[in-house]
Write a new protein. Sequence first.
Length: 250
Amino acid sequence: MSTAAFLGQPPPVNLPLPYVLVADDDPASRRFLGDGLRALGARVHECADGQIALARAAIETFDLLVLDCRMPGAGAREVLAALRADAQARSADAPAVATSAEVTGEDRQQLLAAGFSDVLAKPCELDALRPLVALARNSGRHAPLLDDAAGLVSSGDAGTMQALRGLLREELATLLRELEGYHGEPSRLVERLHRLRSACGFCGTAALALQAGHLQRQVEADGCVADGAHERFRQALIATLQVLERRTPG
């Protein structure tokens, strides 16, 4: 099978705009952040309360969360912690940026340790929002289960990619049976996830690679396996295995 025939139609050129949640109880800050991110090419949903932000992030798939550290209902840390613990929340694994009018060096280190990708001090200039849009665009939140183009680039040709996908299918079936046992052995899980991410790169299994990376970083940071990250990885594993079983002969 030729590469062109395997790929079929080329993907659309116009990719969707990154979708950003801005939560800030200060109207001026919320307006600046919302308008600025829109001007730089993002779609934005704004809210003024931590609990409302949490509820919205649970039902919508955002590419980035921009959360004020001090809000009614819940601050940035509380919102992110609750999301990360919720296996069903659609934005549970979205990257997050904390914002605050007062950020000490210690505050920044604590926020990064809590899972935030960055910390934005307010007030700021429009240029300070450009890295946020880049972070949203590169978050991989819309990663496909199988990315044929990426797999072909990594593996070299369609035949090799199909053979590698067959091996990955067998590995995933084994991992699914063994996954629960890794709860008590986080160091072994990290090692297994590291190897899996490499295999995913050769096979173009983008969504699984994304969730494996999220789970690996969570385990490395916390020293244990969090239920929310574990369940999201398990769901991605099952979905990827199912599509591999349909698409891979043998």
